[in-house]
Design a protein around this ligand. Sequence first.
Ligand code: NDP
Length: 240
Amino acid sequence: MTRVAIVTGGTRGIGEAISVALKDMGIKVAANYAGDDARAKAFSDRTGIPSYKWDVSDFDAVHAGVEKVEHDLGPVDIIVNNAGITRDSTILKQSYEQWKAVIDTNLGGCFNMAKATFPGMRSRGWGRIVNIGSINGQAGQYGQVNYAAAKSGIHGFTKALAQEGAKFGVTVNAIAPGYIDTDMVAAVPEDVLEKIVAKIPVGRLGHASEIARGVAFLVAEDGGFVTGSTLSINGGQHMY
Ligand code: NDP
């Protein structure tokens, strides 16, 4: 049976690697993105994976987007809630808008996507939801009260929804990546990044493909007994 997956923020960075890994598993993939049309087009041309534009923080836009994907590809069996942003600053300088944008996108996006797809998965008796959290949701990070709160929230959201899906063949898991060599990390000042890498036992940044490998494990047909878990993929930087 050919499954259908949506990867939010699936056109670049970690999301791109996830989209490609799922396609390689024989899954029909729709890659969502927010606004970078040129990157999305280049991604679709390169991979043959269709891209769909909507803002995951917009409840109505998510529902319309999911409806379009279902019209084009069929009922959605798998979602990977990967879309995420940072708006870093200490709480002294952090504006309400910076707080709200990160909470609404990183955590609200998971809710909106689950609301649009979980009922169908539940009624068909099979589904896979993977939420991309962060090491900084587990451990906290200076200058990231918004991001750490949203990512920490994802871990609670995952465990709660896993309990609702368990009897219906719907697994819900999270991945907590450490520092991965994407645009998001390229925005970190070089001297700060050097200090971060010095604390990673494996001695380097992770690659997006190393997160995609975890997603492939969690969405597999025979993955039905793994639910409510958080898989940390962080080069040994944070163990608990
Ligand atoms: P990137 O910044 O490289 O890519 C982000 C992707 O998310 C883009 O495709 C972007 O679309 C999309 N996106 C952003 N906002 C929205 C939105 N409102 N609606 C829909 N799509 C949106 O991020 P990474 O690949 O680095 O990160 C992916 C995920 O992994 C994020 O959730 C991040 O928090 C998490 N993570 C990353 C780590 C890292 O070290 N890189 C570490 C731990 C967690 P567009 O191209 O249109 O802008």
